[in-house]
Design a protein around this ligand. Structure first.
Ligand code: ZN
Length: 78
């Protein structure tokens, strides 16, 4: 699992619990920048596709969206 702050692969799970909807929430800590973040593990939802402007269908990817979202936030507040 990559750290969303510094992209280090060196992260550890400090806490993990199952949420009401059956997904697993893990609290992780980065060994590199020592920041903490949460991840959710869930069964893949029935394939959701996003239709792009040029009519291409791409698989909806939550994590990818989240990552780009976090990247944008970082830029904004620097
Ligand atoms: Zn980090």
């Amino acid at each position: 699992m990559k750290c969303p702050f510094c992209s280090s692969e060196d992260t550890k799970v400090v806490d993990s619990r199952t949420t009401i909807d059956g997904s697993t929430k893990r609290r992780r800590e980065c060994n590199n920048c020592l920041k903490r973040f949460s991840t959710y593990e869930r069964f893949e939802e029935s394939q959701i596709y996003v239709v792009k402007k040029d009519n291409r269908r791409v698989k909806y990817n939550r994590e990818k969206l989240l990552r780009s979202y976090l990247r944008n936030c970082k830029k904004k507040y620097k």
